[in-house]
Every structure is written in structure tokens, then in C-alpha cells.
Design a protein around this ligand. Structure first.
Ligand code: NI
Length: 182
């Protein structure tokens, strides 16, 4: 079973923290490996193919990918930078932080990325297909950009209305079950 997003501390649209720009990582220490471990755990718990640090309220340039069927290809990207892009196409994307939205997005399907691993070792890699798309989606998170910004105005309005209705429901529920103060 996929665990619900809120029990994992995943931020959801329209949380303003998802709009913050992440800072580059400068310390390659145990706090960073703790973060990359937690990102991979969250990735697998939500059955996702990519996950970024800001989604769990760490505004640092860190993301993870695993597009394998059996969790056998965990990839960690710290301070990623796209060196070149090509082969553009329309792809369908989802995001755990924007529940209920399936968006068609115009993306490069071939990228060359430069990044560091969790120990600070630099590498460059060519990615193609969903791999390339997923990396760009997660890099959007590092820039405070969300899937909802890349879809049509109609979808954007619908997803905003849904988020508002959900917030109201949570509010109403806490009013129905007041926490005793005395
Ligand atoms: Ni996402």
C-alpha cells in the first residue's frame, strides 16, 4: 500500500514552502546522507520515480530518482545543473505534492546533467526518455516551480479549487472535534 502523503511529512500544493528556491549544498556530511536516505525512503513509500528535498521541507538542491521496477537503481543528484537539452516532446506527469493533477508538459527528452553525489564527487550523465523528464520535474521543485504552473489555465483553476475545498474540509473537521484547552 502507498502511504498517505501527510504521514510522511510531504508538503502539498498550495503550501508556500514549495515555492521557496533551494540553496546549493556546501556541506557533504552525515546530515546530507540522512536527507538522501529519507528522500529514497519517501520515493519508495509513495511509489514515485523521483523526489526532491523541498517536498519534505528541506530547501536544498538535492533530488533522487529511481525508474527501475525493483528499486535497484537509486540515483542521487546534489546541486544538479543541466548542461544541454534536446529532443523535445509532450509528456504526461504527476506529482505527489499536487495530488489529483495529471498534466501534459513540454519537456526535453534528452539532457546532459552535471551534479555531485552525496559525498561531493562530481559527475556528468546523459539521460533520455522518462529519466530526462523526471530529472527536469524534480529540478523544477528546486526552483520553487510546480507541475501546476506548467499546465493549462483550466487545469490550474480546477486544482486550486480542489486544494481550497480540501483545506476547508480539514478546517471543518478540526471545528467538529475541538482540542480541549483546559
Ligand atoms: Ni513533483
Amino acid at each position: 500500500m502507498t502511504e498517505p502523503a501527510d504521514s510522511l511529512g510531504i508538503l502539498e500544493f498550495p503550501d508556500p514552502r514549495l515555492r521557496l528556491r533551494s540553496a546549493p549544498v556546501t556541506e557533504f556530511d552525515s546530515a546530507l546522507t540522512g536527507l538522501t536516505d529519507r528522500l529514497l525512503e519517501t520515493l519508495y513509500a509513495t511509489k514515485s520515480i523521483g523526489f526532491s528535498a523541498p517536498q519534505i521541507d528541506h530547501q536544498q538542491e538535492v533530488l533522487v530518482l529511481d525508474l527501475s521496477e525493483d528499486q535497484s537503481d537509486p540515483q542521487i543528484y546534489v546541486n544538479p545543473q543541466i548542461m544541454s537539452k534536446g529532443a523535445w516532446g509532450i509528456v504526461e506527469e504527476r506529482c505527489v505534492s499536487v495530488p489529483g493533477l495529471v498534466g501534459n508538459v513540454f519537456r526535453a527528452t534528452r539532457v546532459r546533467v552535471r551534479a555531485q553525489d552525496q559525498h561531493g564527487t562530481a559527475f556528468e550523465r546523459n539521460l533520455s526518455g522518462m529519466h530526462a523528464v523526471c530529472l527536469q520535474h524534480e529540478m523544477d521543485h528546486l526552483a520553487g516551480k510546480l507541475l501546476v504552473d506548467r499546465v493549462s489555465i483550466f487545469k490550474r483553476l480546477r486544482i486550486r479549487a480542489r486544494a481550497r475545498a480540501k483545506a476547508k474540509m480539514v478546517e471543518a473537521e478540526s471545528e467538529n472535534h475541538p482540542v480541549a484547552a483546559e
